[in-house]
Ligand binder design. Structure first.
Ligand SMILES: Nc1nc2c(c(=O)[nH]1)N(C=O)[C@@H](CNc1ccc(C(=O)N[C@@H](CCC(=O)O)C(=O)O)cc1)CN2
Ligand SMILES: Nc1nc2c(ncn2[C@@H]2O[C@H](COP(=O)(O)OP(=O)(O)OP(=O)(O)O)[C@@H](O)[C@H]2O)c(=O)[nH]1
Ligand SMILES: [Mg+2]
Length: 451
């Protein structure tokens, strides 16, 4: 980072619009001086002062509470001043304007948290959790984000990184004793440690993936043959008449998206065009979109006509093969004698019998979705949020670790050392020990202003 992060920044820290209280926050070496000039009195450290805020002509802008946190014991690690006034747009703009007149610069989005990161107050995963906590729409996601903010995720990363470092040191040392066989250099112990690291990494990856779903919600795509009742299901689960339903096969062509909440977990449901061979060019385009939507799905909800379960499934099989989880719904059971309801569950696939028309079986569907989206409330206990960026890095690190193990088997110590370094660096990207400035830019620019 450029030394320019040593200037003083200011921003309105509270949400735009009218509110009971509004806060202008300053961070940087000039904060105290600017704060004291606006308040017209000295500000003692970490004390609440009831003061009047003044403009350049000594007119009173507002009265409020002023706080001064000397660095490094502040949110950013720098000197921080908060001017807490009445939460009106005009008042806060005037207060901010006065800070800028006195030499502060308007903060970029996320710049306070970026400084907290640069000052070592938070690591990168923790700083990201600040934004995730603010964005959390339900208390489960909020709790999980708070755990990441408090370092639960980072500590797990750091523990694996430490283990990796020890293995790296061992391998580098072995390279220096090239004359001796790896066996005499403790090769067995090395292999065992690699296996344990791999197990820890796999476990963390599972938990991070669950954390990502808690943060992002579950992306579920409804697919199936034409006329099976996919749009009817979307409408029934969303509780609104969102999609057009007709008895004409090929009614839906575009993707239709609806966010629903089951048990507090957010779920994005996407209705798609029925999959079948042939169709006109519009319908074929609809099917292409359905298939590409499946590429980024966490869950495929396959809707079939319970009276003809095998009809059309062959066209679907290929498209859903890569989706992590599948829920099969045998729809229109109101038109059957009930026998279609007897379908077994198997593996990661679940089968349920429903009627989108009468609502029969939908409660079971909701339960299954809630379980897939984040598990029962008890199963999210202790879990933390993570982002796709983190899950990707864990995955890449695991690949490098597997490479390292193979190289070690072949006694290619140099290649093993190289793969271990890559595995280690990749973990460092998560917490920001290893970082690229454009990565920081893209992370913090998605924060709100004043955070
Ligand atoms: N008024 C106000 N409320 C706020 C914030 C804020 O900046 N101002 N926060 C902003 O996000 C959050 C709280 N986060 C904070 C984190 C650290 C410190 C801080 O001063 N830390 C020092 C002192 C520690 C202590 O005494 O407990 C430190 O870590 O050394 C302050 C707020 C939410 N509420
Ligand atoms: N009896 C009965 N009819 C249903 C049920 N679900 C849907 N239908 C009817 O089946 C027909 C097709 O429903 P849609 O929801 O449009 O089916 P779709 O799968 O979206 O069809 P496409 O968009 O054309 O692929 C409509 O006439 C619905 O009213 C059900 O559970 N029972
Ligand atoms: Mg439809």
């Amino acid at each position: 980072m450029q030394p320019s992060h040593r200037d003083t920044i200011a921003a309105i820290a509270t949400a735009p619009g009218a509110g009971g209280i509004g806060i202008v926050r300053l961070s940087g070496p000039g904060s105290r001086d600017i704060g004291e000039r606006i308040c017209g009195r000295p500000l003692a450290a970490r004390r609440a002062h009831h003061v009047r805020f003044h403009d350049a002509d000594d007119e009173v802008l507002d009265d409020g509470i002023a706080l001064f946190f000397p660095g490094p014991a502040s949110y950013t690690g720098e000197d921080v001043v908060e001017l807490q006034g009445h939460g009106g747009v005009a008042v806060l703009r005037a207060l901010l304007g006065r800070c800028l007149e006195l030499g502060a610069r308007h903060a970029r989005p996320g710049e306070f948290s970026e400084r907290a990161f640069l000052e070592g107050r938070l690591d990168l995963a923790q700083a990201e959790a600040v934004a995730d906590l603010i964005a959390a729409g339900d208390i489960r996601a909020a709790r999980a984000a708070r755990r990441t903010l408090e370092g639960d995720f980072s500590r797990r990363i750091d523990a694996i990184a430490e283990g990796l470092l020890a293995v790296r040191v061992h391998v580098e040392a072995a390279i220096d004793f090239a004359d001796e066989s790896l066996e005499t250099l403790g090769g067995d112990g090395l292999r065992r440690r690699l296996v344990h690291l791999r197990i820890d990494l796999d476990q963390l990856m599972l938990e991070a993936e669950r954390g990502r779903r808690l943060r992002d919600g579950l992306h579920a795509v409804i697919v199936g043959p034409p006329n099976a009742g996919k749009s009817s299901l979307l409408n029934a689960l969303a509780g609104v008449d969102r999609a057009i339903v007709t008895d004409v096969a090929g009614t839906t062509r575009d993707l239709l998206q609806e966010v629903v909440r089951v048990d507090g977990v957010e779920l994005t449901l996407v209705d798609t065009a029925g999959l079948r061979d042939g169709g006109d060019s519009i319908e074929r385009e609809g099917m292409r979109r359905a298939r590409s939507e499946l590429d980024r799905a966490d869950l495929a909800i396959i809707v079939l006509d319970a009276r003809d379960v095998t009809g059309g499934t062959s066209v679907i099989a290929d498209s859903i093969a890569g989706v992590p989880a599948r829920l099969w719904l045998h729809n229109k059971i109101d038109l059957t004698d009930g026998e279609a309801a007897a379908v077994a569950d198997g593996g990661t696939d679940r089968h349920l019998a429903v009627s989108a028309l009468t609502g029969q079986g939908l409660e079971e569907v909701r339960k299954a979705l809630a379980a897939l989206a984040g598990g029962a409330p008890s199963s999210t206990e202790g879990s933390f949020t993570a982002r796709t960026r983190h899950v990707d890095a864990l995955r890449r690190s695991a690949v490098e670790l597997a490479q390292a193990a193979r190289h070690l088997e072949l006694e290619s110590l140099d290649l093993a050392a190289e793969a271990l370094r890559a595995a280690h660096d990749t973990l460092g990207e998560i917490t920001g020990v290893v970082r690229a400035d454009d990565l920081l830019g893209s992370i913090f620019s998605s924060f709100c202003i004043g955070k």
